[in-house]
Write a protein that binds this ligand. Structure first.
Ligand SMILES: [Zn+2]
Length: 77
């Protein structure tokens, strides 16, 4: 896992005080990478997952049905 830093506003935050990771729909390449990491027992940062601060968490959770890249484009608008 990367340190907690919001994917939208780049704020570093303490996950104990709010903010969390959000998992989005996997693209084909995300799926392959996640399967590869699982097979090798690696615990890296999943490609379809990112951190969101308290201010952006709800918005991110509402877009979980999208791919991460699509959700970021929508949220940055
Ligand atoms: Zn944020």
């Amino acid at each position: 896992m990367r340190p907690p830093e919001c994917a939208i506003c780049d704020t570093e935050f303490d996950p104990f005080e709010g903010g969390d990771t959000v998992y989005f729909r996997e693209t084909e390449s995300d799926k392959k990478q996640n399967q590869r990491m699982e097979r090798q027992g690696l615990t890296g940062h999943p490609p379809n997952c990112d951190w969101f601060c308290n201010a952006h968490l709800k918005q991110a959770q509402d877009l979980q049905h999208l791919h991460l890249a699509e959700a970021l484009v929508q949220m940055r608008r």
